[in-house]
Design a protein around this ligand. Structure first.
Ligand code: SAM
Length: 238
């Protein structure tokens, strides 16, 4: 087959792929809701956080929750949900992403790579204020995901690296259940890609250090995706 024929085949294939994507988008109830909703969230992923928060004792709405860090936040759907739950102005919300985030009232944004030390230092500086002199976070959210490469081993390794870095950050910056006086105080919600190595991460890192750890696959997360979330409540370090 000539190069031209192959190119035509490829373009037909990618056309049918993009048609399939478009028709899936049109059928997706969460995309429909986002388009129809007057308060339109910036991203479909906002519905995942709304669903998880509703299903798990509204952890974002607890009166002692005053500082939230949202990692991998662009375009800002989760931060919009958090700003809403924290009544647009109560407390500190810090959103971090490699990509720019359009301003959201009540949210401070950092455009940087979370995986470098200067970014975690910057987050800590923003968390520290007279009401929160120790600069602790009550909730840390991570929807961070590296670009999918198609190479499963590489993608799993990238997910594990992100989860480890998020856990390390949480271990230094999350308010403990004891200091809040609530068994479920100090919450980490972190996205991962399903693999036995991530189960090991949950068993060795998360379970010994939180009072409760749940595996969550929200209804609004596509069934075909390997993504899941660990919801960890009650930071109680060993
Ligand atoms: C699924 S999107 C997040 C969607 C977001 N929760 C929302 O509701 O709008 C994942 C994000 O992780 C970000 N990301 C991936 N690696 C990152 C890193 N090392 N540092 C900061 N952000 C990162 C990507 O740029 C991307 O915007």
């Amino acid at each position: 087959m000539s190069f031209r024929q192959s190119a035509i085949r490829l373009s037909q294939k990618s056309k049918s792929k993009s048609t399939a994507w478009a028709s899936r988008q049109l059928r997706d109830p969460y995309v429909k809701r986002r388009v129809a909703d007057a308060a339109a969230y910036r991203a479909r992923s906002a519905f995942k956080l709304l669903e998880i928060n509703d299903d798990w004792n509204q952890f974002l709405e607890q009166p002692d929750v005053k500082a939230v860090v949202d990692l991998g936040a662009a375009p800002g759907g989760w931060s919009q949900v958090v700003a809403d739950k924290l009544a647009w102005g109560r407390g500190t919300i810090i959103a971090v992403d490699l990509l720019p985030i359009e301003p959201i009232y009540g949210v401070q944004t950092i455009k940087a790579d979370f995986m470098v030390d200067s970014t975690t230092r910057r987050i800590r500086e923003l968390l520290c204020n007279p009401e929160n002199p120790k600069g602790k976070a009550d909730v840390i959210l991570s929807d961070m995901a590296a670009n999918v490469s198609g190479n499963v081993a590489h993608d799993i390794e990238a997910s594990l690296e992100i989860c480890e870095a998020v856990f390390d950050f949480a271990s230094k910056n999350l308010r403990s259940a004891q200091s809040v006086g609530r068994r479920k105080g100090g919450v980490l919600l972190v996205k991962f890609f399903a693999h036995p190595l991530l189960d090991q991460f949950r068993d060795e890192r998360l379970k010994p250090n939180f009072n409760q750890v749940h595996y969550i696959k929200p209804d609004s997360s596509r069934a075909t995706s390997r993504e899941g979330y660990f919801l960890c409540q009650g930071w109680d370090p060993l």
